[in-house]
Design a protein around this ligand. Structure first.
Ligand code: ADP
Ligand code: MG
Length: 318
């Protein structure tokens, strides 16, 4: 039976000598980091609990991936460049296969962003994973939820609704390639880190879509003290989601209310729209305008040019 220290050494210790902000990583009582000159530190933490955030039979690779990805998505929403992360892992028991698979998922994603695991904690108990990520933004430049202005165009990256459809597929059982695509989108979301960074100096406000487009856009509107019109017909859906939504009984409204998309929702003033198109092309990230910010508070949601009844949907109430 490996000890806690064997586990840390074998599965979680990696060389990260090229990360200049890490002064001291795993091995001492605490890690030491520095903040580059002219930058501010941005920190996020998220916890995933078995049977709450993921099903019991989810692979260790996917659990690790998602634990890190959801945090990177929060940093992306701030426009931050990720630098390091810590991991608090609570395990019911020690399985070498599980740990090896978990470690692979974790470092596959970490290496894509060149971020270092600098410390953590390992305990025994019900399977729970907390990941904390830190990154940097130029002084005073972070993208906030609170900056949206009337007249701003509201955009989303990628597609909305795959997470929600993926969850429905998970319950129904995957049959074809569309199902597999949607499940993968649920379990291995791709945080929009580079695109978030590119929005600095361009977007007035930004949030990542984790609770559903309607809920997260509403959070932004409240923080900014403005309202918006949202056109559900413009909401971009993946081909797989389009093919499957009827069979899964998911309306556009349901897809806008579902969570786990990990796309960015952001607002851009008219005079910066041409810059935005350049960024989208350069980074190969599709973006779609789904609405406009208005002075009148509240979220007005349209489908087929009809204002949806807030009484039926509940989404109007912040
Ligand atoms: P202490 O008892 O002083 O809190 P620990 O024995 O918990 O220290 O941890 C020893 C070292 O291993 C520390 O540097 C800690 O950050 C690191 N560590 C512990 N668990 C993990 C983990 N799951 N992932 C990464 N580093 C870890
Ligand atoms: Mg100690």
């Amino acid at each position: 039976m490996p000890s806690e220290f064997d586990i840390i050494e074998q599965y979680f210790t990696r060389n990260y000598s090229d990360n200049t902000s890490v002064i001291l990583g795993i091995g001492d009582d605490a890690a030491i980091t520095s903040i580059p000159a002219g930058m501010q530190q941005v920190i996020a933490i998220d916890t995933l609990v078995e049977n709450v955030h993921f099903k019991k039979d989810t692979s260790a690779y996917d659990i690790a991936w998602k634990s890190l990805a959801v945090n990177l998505s929060d940093l992306a929403a701030m426009g931050a460049t990720p630098s390091w992360f810590t991991l608090a892992l609570t395990l019911p028991d020690v399985s070498a296969t599980w740990l090896s698979d978990f470690s692979k998922g974790l470092f596959t994603l970490a290496e894509q962003y060149k971020i270092s695991l600098i410390g953590g904690d390992t305990t025994r108990g019900p399977l729970t994973i907390s990941v904390q990520v830190a990154g940097f933004v130029p002084q005073g430049k972070a993208l906030l939820r609170s900056g949206a202005k009337p007249g701003d165009h509201i955009y989303v990256t990628g597609n909305i609704g795959d997470g929600c459809a993926g969850l429905a597929v998970q319950q129904a059982g995957a049959i074809d390639s569309d199902d597999v695509y949607l499940l993968n989108r649920l379990q291995q979301p791709i945080p929009r880190v580079a695109f978030g960074q590119s929005l600095i100096g361009m977007a007035n406000a930004c949030i990542d879509v984790s609770d559903g487009l309607l809920a997260d856009l509403s959070h932004m509107l409240v923080a900014s003290g403005v309202g918006a019109s949202l056109d559900l017909d413009k909401m971009p859906l993946s081909d797989a989601c389009n093919h499957k939504s009827e069979a899964l009984k998911l309306s556009r409204l349901a897809l806008a209310q579902g969570g786990d998309d990990y796309e960015l929702c952001f607002t851009v003033p008219e005079n910066k729209l041409s810059m935005l198109d350049c960024n989208s092309n350069e980074l190969g990230i599709s973006i779609t305008q789904v609405g406009v910010i208005e002075a009148e508070i509240g979220l007005r949601c349209y489908e087929n040019h009809n204002l949806l009844d807030p009484g039926k949907t509940g989404y109007l109430h912040f």
